[in-house]
Structure formats: structure tokens, C-alpha cells
Ligand binder design. Sequence first.
Ligand SMILES: Cc1cc2nc3c(=O)[nH]c(=O)nc-3n(C[C@H](O)[C@H](O)[C@H](O)COP(=O)(O)O)c2cc1C
Length: 263
Amino acid sequence: MKKVIALVGSALKKNTYNSVNKFLNMLESFGGVETEIVFLYDYHIEICRGCKLCLDRGEELCPLKDDRDKLIEKMDNSDGVIFASPNYSFQVSGKMKCFLDRLGFVFHRPRFFGKVYTNIVFQGIYGGNKIVKYLDFVGDGLGFNIVKGLCLTATEPISEYEQSKIDKAIEKKSFLFYKKLNQPAYPVPSLLKLMIFRMSRTGMKLLLNDTFRDYNYFKEKGWFESDYYYDTSLNFFKKMTGRLFDSMAAKSAKKKAPAPRLN
Ligand SMILES: Cc1cc2nc3c(=O)[nH]c(=O)nc-3n(C[C@H](O)[C@H](O)[C@H](O)COP(=O)(O)O)c2cc1C
């Protein structure tokens, strides 16, 4: 049985919630999937104060005491994760953004490999496609396998025509998500993903030191030497390009001063 959770960033059980609910019901109807809706508004999520302790020294030192770790644990224990938000002023809702900021350190030390992710944005009129792209990028940065997100548009009251368009889009996307849930969890990385990994790990290796959590995390995972975040079989071309990315990062690191040791 696969577990899929949806983290919903609307205070209302209306459009975003109804769409997520349909999406999850579709997944369950395909078989072998159990689902859960997690309302971010039911959780205590503080606003990040920007001290960067999580980034530099470790997330356990964060001075904020909230439900961040409960939410991360829920994602750790799932095979699939959906972020869903209404469009508020051309962005995700404030609650969703607070949550994403609380995950800031995970962009430095990605962890959700092998899990499928998508996002759903509900809006009245305009701006949601950019939010979907943003949330696609967010999911990628967290380490997930991405199914590109879905922007749903309707003004209230929702007409039958709008609703049937929405339902069709949900049906299509939920099927793609389901297919990905049942595909290899650790795919060979694209060139772009390989580049991001190789350049960031080489930069980190050369510019940081063992007083930084990022440095130690990468070292412990063996990421300073590995081909990619996880075991994968790169073809000859990608192996060579990977080395090229490492040397490009080493060249640009030479132009920067290494970070001083933290005291
Ligand atoms: C504060 C606020 C800002 C909004 N900004 C936008 C916007 O920029 N673009 C848009 O298309 N809809 C916007 N909307 C409309 C909502 O996206 C729309 O009503 C959506 O269906 C709300 O989802 P919900 O029912 O799940 O809360 C806004 C709504 C609110 C309350």
C-alpha cells in the first residue's frame, strides 16, 4: 500500500480542499493507495526569523518551537506528497509560504528522494501558472520526483462547465501521479539535475569546512565523491559531463574566499 498525503494551505474547506479531495479519491480508486489531507491551518507554524542556524549549524538548533518536525515526519513516512494552495496575491497563501520557509534547510540538504510530488493551485482568475512553476521548483529542490503541478481556475459560483473542466484536469493529473508512484523511485537524473548536484557539492566541498552542517551532511552521505545523491547508473556522456560540472565549480570556487570557520 502506498501512502500519499496532501498538505493544504487554505483556511477554508472550499475550492483547494475540494480539488485535493477529488485528486486523492481518484488515486484511491486506482487501487493500492491510502491518502490523508493535512491542513496546515491545524498546525502551529512559526514565521522564520532568518537566523540561519538551521542552515549553518543544524535544524535542531532552530529557536522556533512549532510543528515543523511533525510535518516533515509525515512527509518522510509517505510515498507521495502534494502541496496545495489557493492563489493569494499571485503567490501561495501566507500559511503555505511560512511552511516552505520552515523547510529552508532541506533545500540545502535535500532528503525526499524516491517520493513522488506534485502541486495544486486554485485561483479565481490569474497568476496561478507561475505559482505552479514555483512549487514545481520547490518540490525538485526538496529532492522529490516531480509530476508538474496543476493550476485550476474558476470564479464563484463555479459553473457546471468550469467544474467539469476542473474534474477532467484532476482526473488526468491524478493518473500521471499514480503512474509515477509505480515507476522506479530513483530515476537517472537529467543533465540539469546532475549539474545542480555536482556544482553545489563541489562548491560546498571547496568553500565550506567541517564547522558547517551542510558540509558534514554531504560528507556523511558520501556526496562529495558519489555520482549523484543516490545510486544511479550514469551513461558515459553523463559521467563525463558530471566531471566537467565538477571542474567548472572548482574553477569558480577559486575566485571566492572560503567561508571562515564558525565559532
Ligand atoms: C487575499 C486573496 C488574494 C487573492 N489573490 C488572487 C490572485 O492574485 N489571483 C487570482 O486569480 N485569485 C486570487 N484570489 C482568489 C482565490 O485564489 C480563489 O478565491 C480561490 O478559489 C480560493 O481558494 P479556497 O476556496 O481554497 O480558499 C485571492 C483570494 C484572496 C482571499
